[in-house]
Ligand binder design. Structure first.
Ligand code: GLY
Ligand code: MN
Length: 459
């Protein structure tokens, strides 16, 4: 188990206690999740907030934090001999509690005595059903209503701490991106016409797992890049198609990389692919260039949209005034997702705490296609790490629906778009740290220009 120093956990815990001031905070760690029966399990993934503040990457633990006294109690059971027969010898919880600056350990059965029937316990919105059921039992509430009673104060306190990445976290995030780089360069080298997508996905997983890491999210690797979260890998890759690879590592300290590259199956971009790829690349690099403290990410998303619409206009796909098109949300037809999100221990960092708190603060969310999917809109600050991931997609179903409805008919040349309905999609994504006055792209460079990609694929 990889742990930071005891001081790191002590500092993180102190900040949380100071922000809360008083009351009891309950932070449940994750349990094992059965796949098809109790002992056949999905890979264990600790809750990120639990791991961030209390380090221990083991299942079936809970923390209760008394913010008035500052006392941190771990609830959990050491393995019995019956467990050890199956899973081997384990260090006692006391060993980890010491390393993670936890004051005392109590058996799991004592949790119910401590919290049962109490009002005003601060807890986060649960995303696992076993925690919803447990919270329902502890607090006498319907498990389906449990989220309504979670603590906005605790959410805000945690967002206010985890949003700012420390130097040691940034080092881990660079490590995650560098492992991710290995996954992406492997994919470019292994892709060729006639192979199936799943064969390259297997190579991506080998590149990842041979670095002792796990996936930060399910691999998106598809010639149908126009489907934004395409988790099917059963297509045969044909010459002339592009393939989109959105995949990232979670390293041994639990930090995520989230990178996307799009490249030609046969290693050479066609003229039409070059034109659109260069446009997405400009959207990406120009957006990154704007990243600095004090600017809203919403404004960078809109700027990327303008660049896209200018480019699509020069290709004859749209017409009219770009500002008018931005106002009417025409960009959503081609990029129906947001420009990016916070990243850290979660690929969409702290998404379980709610996107309003993490990505918007006091800002209001748009209802427009594309902009409504922007996960991060708020003013950027030093220490934030975010993704920049513009894309252009030709989604036949969306194009045909909008055409039939007469939507944006004065701006969109639907006849021209018909010619692109089997093009697919392009997305390019990097992970960017907001620095004191500017930004830094994390990790070693991953081939991104047309020349760099073609060189690697034809080496
Ligand atoms: N990597 C997938 C996403 O950002 O949604
Ligand atoms: Mn992403």
């Amino acid at each position: 188990m990889q742990l930071f120093s005891q001081k790191t956990y002590a500092d993180r815990q102190r900040k949380l206690i100071e922000k809360m001031g008083e009351g009891l905070v309950w932070i449940p760690g994750n349990t094992e999740s059965p796949l098809n029966y109790t002992d056949n399990i999905y890979p264990f993934r600790q809750d990120s907030t639990f791991r961030y503040f209390f380090g221990i990457n083991l299942p079936n633990l809970h923390i209760v934090l008394d913010c008035a006294t500052g006392k941190k109690t771990l609830y959990g059971n050491d393995y019995s001999i019956d467990d050890i027969i199956w899973v081997g010898p384990q260090k006692p919880l006391a060993h980890y509690a010491e390393l993670c600056h936890i004051d005392e350990i109590k058996p799991i059965a004592a949790l119910e005595e401590r919290l049962g029937g109490q009002k005003g316990i601060h807890y986060l919105p649960p995303y696992r059903h076993d925690h919803m059921i447990l919270a329902g039992r502890l607090f006498g509430l319907d498990p389906n209503q449990i989220k309504k009673h979670c603590s906005d104060k605790l959410i805000q306190a945690i967002v206010d701490i985890r949003s700012y990445k420390s130097e040691e976290e940034i080092a881990q995030m660079e490590d995650a991106v560098n492992i991710t780089r290995h996954m992406h360069m492997t994919a470019m080298r292994q892709t060729r016409p006639g192979k199936y997508e799943y064969e390259v996905v297997a190579d991506i997983r080998k590149a990842l797992e041979s670095q002792h890491s796990q996936l930060a999210y399910p691999v998106i690797f598809s010639v149908n890049g126009q489907t934004l979260h395409n988790h099917h890998h059963d297509n045969k890759m044909e010459s002339g198609r592009l393939v989109l690879n959105d995949s990232g590592a979670e390293n041994t300290y639990g930090y995520a990389g989230d990178i996307t590259r799009t490249f030609p199956v046969n290693g050479r971009f066609s003229g039409r692919q070059k034109e659109l790829y260069a446009l997405v690349l400009k959207m990406e690099t120009d957006s990154i260039a704007l990243v600095k403290p004090g600017i809203t990410y919403r404004s960078i998303h809109i700027e990327a949209n303008k660049i896209m619409l200018e480019g699509l206009k020069s290709m004859g796909m749209v017409k009219g005034d770009v500002e008018d098109m931005v106002r009417e949300g025409v960009g959503g037809l081609f990029m129906p997702h947001g420009l990016g999100h916070m990243i850290g221990m979660d690929v969409h960092d702290m998404e379980n705490l709610g996107e309003q708190a993490v990505g918007y603060g006091n800002m209001e969310r748009s209802k427009q296609l594309g902009l409504k999917s922007l996960r991060l809109a708020r003013t950027l600050e030093e220490g934030f790490v975010l993704t920049v991931e513009p894309g252009i997609y030709f989604i036949p179903e969306l194009i045909h629906k909008m055409r039939q409805e007469g939507k944006w008919s004065s701006f969109v040349n639907y006849d021209v778009l018909e010619d692109y309905t089997s093009f697919g999609g392009i997305r390019i994504e990097d992970n960017v740290l907001v620095t004191n006055q500017s930004h830094q792209v994390l990790g070693k460079p991953i081939p991104k220009t047309i020349v760099e990609i073609e060189e690697l694929m034809n080496a």
